[in-house]
Design a protein around this ligand. Structure first.
Ligand SMILES: *[C@@H]1O[C@H](CO)[C@@H](O)[C@H](O)[C@H]1NC(C)=O
Length: 548
């Protein structure tokens, strides 16, 4: 064992890891390997016999109770000091009690709704529960699923920690991270206090153990290799010296969690978190080193079609005028699929009527370029459809997805910019607020704004769009659903200067061809609206949607 420790486990010694180590430590390595082998053997044996690691979410740990109590203590006091509430400010605070209210109609004129759009409110809970045979049962089931999902996503790092005043303890408040089952030096630990006959600190963890990577004369250490360690010395400087060598080893594997460590001395306790987890693996695309953007190498066009082969052909022809070698991926769920062929075209035939979002999912899943451009099958490229502009903003900013504009035959150009916000609403569910508009203009890109939802014509980072995915339950009409799922994970913008044309949408009924009639009948049916209500009510746990 002596030989093993002289070989160097720990940080100060990592520097030695060069030449000398190779020669002197060959014997040690053999020893380490045999010990390692023994440990591995013991582990397999003990795993087989022991009951294993408890993977149930640890929501109500003792540390949590401690921390919550600590905050309550700190917030107490000063009851005898009077205060006046500032209504204007206080009203902005979330109260976990959103209400489903539409704007009142103040005056009524023809077109007044167009000029002054009022906010409408849709009571999803009422609408969905009324149509359900067992409303109480489905409510209970939603509550259970919600509570399970909350505890799965819970991280000890989410707990608020307050540092008390005048603590003699010095410790890191954030940025400490360890890989699962690995060891780190805890940075920044110290004790700053006056002369005492004995100086003592202790550290306590729940998901790992402490040790010291060095020894310092006159400092005693109790509990090395355990979850609770005590360091004490008559000499404060010596104690602080050893505190520079305290290590933490994670012992309970988890790919992403945190350990809350208590650091204490006589009369004082402090807490800090150590993030435990694998690092995130980069997803890089090798796109070559040309000076100008090579759109064919960077972008794939993805599209879903359903029996509108005439429209699709016009789209492909228009794309080829400007981008002759860009790959086009087409997902097709027509009943009698027709061949769509040509260079750089991938045509995927799906079971009949699989639907809109299923097709988007399939098309996007096949993309291997850095970016994917979503188009509808009735769009037409023009000289204004400059994909270079979308690539440029995605290359130069932190944005993940950028929408363009769609010009109707009437000349009207739509960007469909919306902001989304979710207001907490307690047990009944939350409120989703959808509003026309955007958050702010983007510097250096005066035609672009940041928003939460954009139009059907957008370019995104392929792997980010794939991560969010398209819920295949939404088979006919869906769009907002993707952006709700993307809330908090995609950074989204809308640029008004990248324009695609829309082949005529509004057709007079007597001018419709049979294909158009079949398409209309299939796409716009009402049976699906209940699926939308259910998805919002159950899957997203909304009780209300408002919009304008
Ligand atoms: C652009 O990319 C395509 C596809 O990777 C490639 O075939 C083509 O040679 C590239 N063009 C230039 C000018 O590098």
């Amino acid at each position: 064992m002596l030989q093993v420790s002289s070989c160097g486990i720990g940080v100060a010694l990592r520097r030695l890891e060069s030449t000398t180590m190779r020669n002197t430590c060959k014997k040690c390595l053999v020893l380490i390997f045999s010990i390692g082998g023994l440990i591995a053997l013991f582990r397999t044996w003990s795993q087989e016999t022991s009951s294993g690691v408890d993977l149930r979410p640890r929501h109500g740990s003792s540390v949590k109770t401690l921390l919550v109590g600590q905050i309550e203590d700190i917030n107490g006091g000063y009851e005898d000091v009077a205060f006046r509430i500032k209504e204007q400010v206080a009203r902005q605070l979330a109260r976990n009690s959103c209400v489903c209210l539409a704007d009142k109609e103040t005056f009524q004129l023809p077109f007044s709704n167009l000029l002054f759009p009022r906010v409408w409110a849709h009571k999803l809970d009422t609408v969905f529960l009324e149509s359900h045979p067992d409303p109480e049962g489905v409510k209970r089931h939603r509550a259970q699923e919600y509570s399970k999902s909350q505890s799965r996503s819970y991280s000890p790092a989410d707990l608020p920690i307050v540092a008390k005043a005048n603590s003699p303890l010095q410790y890191p408040t954030q940025g400490v991270e360890v890989r699962p089952l690995k060891t780190i030096i805890l940075p920044g630990l110290g004790l700053k206090e006056g002369k005492k006959s004995m100086h003592t600190v202790s550290l306590t963890a729940t998901l790992g153990t402490f040790d010291v990577a060095a020894t310092v004369d006159s400092v005693s250490v109790k509990g090395e290799g355990e979850k609770h360690v005590i360091l004490s010395s008559r000499d404060l400087s010596a104690l602080n010296r050893l505190l520079q060598f305290v290590t933490y080893t994670n012992t309970v594997f988890h790919p992403k969690t945190a350990d809350t460590v208590e650091f204490a001395t006589e009369g004082h306790r402090s807490f800090f978190t150590i993030k435990v987890g694998h690092g995130s693996i980069p997803r890089l695309y090798n796109t070559g080193t040309q000076k100008e953007y090579n759109i064919s190498a960077l972008v794939t066009i993805a599209c879903k079609t359903f029996i509108r082969y005439d429209k699709l052909k016009d789209l492909i022809d228009s794309i080829r005028q400007y981008y002759p070698t860009i790959t086009i991926v087409i997902a097709d769920d027509s009943e009698h699929p027709e061949p769509v062929t040509g260079p750089h075209i991938e045509h995927y035939i799906m079971p009949f009527g699989k639907g809109w979002f299923a097709g988007r999912n399939l098309a996007v899943s096949q993309v291997i370029t850095k970016y994917v451009l979503w188009v509808d099958d009735d769009f037409i490229f023009s000289a204004n459809t400059k994909l270079e502009k979308m690539v440029d903003i995605l290359e130069k900013t932190s944005l993940d997805l950028v929408g363009g504009a769609v010009r109707e035959v009437t000349g009207y150009t739509a960007t469909y910019r919306h902001t989304l916000s979710v207001e907490e609403g307690g047990e009944e569910g939350d409120c989703l607020h959808v509003r026309s508009g955007y958050h702010h203009v983007i510097e250096d890109f005066p035609n672009c704004v940041v928003a939460d939802a954009v139009i059907n014509f957008f370019m995104g980072r392929t792997y980010k769009v794939q991560q969010v995915g398209f819920n295949p339950r939404m088979s006919r009409q869906a769009h907002l659903e993707f952006f709700i799922d993307a809330l908090g994970s995609l950074h989204i913008a809308s640029c008004s200067d990248v324009i695609v044309n829309h082949a005529s949408k509004i057709k007079l009924p007597w001018g419709e061809t049979d294909t158009q009639k079949a398409y209309q009948k299939f796409r716009y049916n009402n049976a699906e609206s209940n699926i939308h209500n259910e998805d919002f009510y159950f899957k997203n746990r909304f009780k209300c949607q408002t919009g304008n």
